[in-house]
Design a protein around this ligand. Structure first.
Ligand code: PEP
Ligand code: MN
Length: 339
């Protein structure tokens, strides 16, 4: 298995070194472990920590020198590629925001092609939006530059996109695929369970954000785990025959499409129930408004309109009127209870 482990961002020399020391004390020799840290951070707001910049590349090469781990950083421009390779960074990754922009990916690929010196591999995350074709196109752009490529499924927002990952895995089974449970969930508490999907889906490894003191992190504080938590999580992944989600499997199996489809169903069910909850919350607001304005909770003509619209939609999509009525009635009953 291949693991990229380390903080979201290199913040200080001490934070980079402490995290590396705590990690290296725990890692076995059975897998490939690479230290990751971002030095140029693609942040949403210009008023937050943007990364230390090129200066922190030296901290990564110190990690390599002292702890013997290969190192990785994120690149978003040809200039980043040049600086990272000159500093001796072993692996580069292209983040989800850059992956959404083919012109930026091509500029990086062109720089890699022009460079004599090559990274050990370039990791390409899925684009921020669900777009398997763009992800595959980015893989092709990097391959045309002559570099080894790995794909990283980091989900869209803080949710997985198993359908997209399955398509890329099916079309390019020759490219290693890693899971990034940190960005995919956005929540440190969810990282251990999500990581088990690596075994379930027969992926090749993971990129996991690990910080010596996550609560003080300058970016992605909620999703980073401690080196101790990482150790426990990897132990579970490596020593438990895989039993979650139906079939007992040991790791390194080749999953059937059914395993992927079930992951996709779980993802869609999460969204379905989440939408249902949000709908009920709107119903509560409607209830408050109706009470304040002396309007009866049940408005038959409104409900009949909803049923008519949905029946039309159902017949266009091959869903029986009985199913439509059953589901709508159940939702409506619960909505009225909330009003
Ligand atoms: C990261 O790995 O720190 C990062 C910015 O990830 P992503 O591009 O997936 O958001
Ligand atoms: Mn991050």
């Amino acid at each position: 298995m291949i693991y990229f482990l380390g903080p979201c961002a290199a913040e200080t020399y001490d934070q980079v070194m402490t995290t590396a020391r705590l990690l290296s004390e725990q890692l076995d020799g059975d897998h490939l472990y690479i230290y990751r840290a971002g030095v140029w951070k693609p942040r949403t707001s210009p008023d937050t920590f943007q990364g230390v910049g090129a200066e922190a590349l030296q901290w990564l090469t110190e990690v390599k020198r002292i702890y013997g781990m290969p190192v990785a950083t994120e690149v978003a421009t040809p200039e980043h590629v040049r600086l990272a390779l000159e500093a001796g960074i072993d692996y580069l990754w292209i983040g989800a925001r850059t992956s959404a922009n083919p012109i930026a990916v091509q500029a990086i690929a062109d720089e890699l092609k022009a460079k004599g010196q090559q990274p050990k591999a370039v990791l390409i995350k899925n684009p921020v939006n669900e777009d398997a074709a763009l992800w595959l196109g980015n893989i092709a752009r990097l391959e045309q530059a002559g570099v080894a490529v790995m794909a990283v499924h980091r989900g869209c927002g803080h949710r997985p996109c198993w359908g997209m990952a399955h398509r890329v895995r099916t079309e390019r089974p020759d490219i290693p695929m890693l899971l990034d449970p940190s960005h995919l969930t956005g929540d440190a508490a969810l990282v251990p369970d999500m990581l088990l999907r690596v075994a379930e889906l027969g992926l090749d490894g993971a990129m996991i954000e690990v910080h010596c003191s996550p609560e003080t992190a300058l970016s992605d504080a909620r999703q980073q785990i401690t080196p101790a938590a990482l150790h426990a999580t990897l132990y579970t992944l490596h020593h438990t025959p895989y039993t979650l989600h139906h079939t007992p499997n040991t790791i390194h199996h080749t999953p059937t499409p059914l395993t992927w489809y079930r992951a996709e169903i779980d993802e869609l069910d999460d969204q379905l129930w989440d939408i249902l909850l949000r709908r009920l919350e709107v119903c509560e607001r409607i209830g408050e408004w109706k009470r304040a304005n002396a309007v009866a909770p049940f408005q038959p003509e409104r409900f009949e309109q909803l049923v008519r619209d949905r029946l039309k939609w159902g017949s266009a999509n091959g869903i029986s009127s009985e199913t439509i009525r059953t589901i709508l009635s159940a939702i409506h009953e619960e909505s009225l209870r909330r009003q």
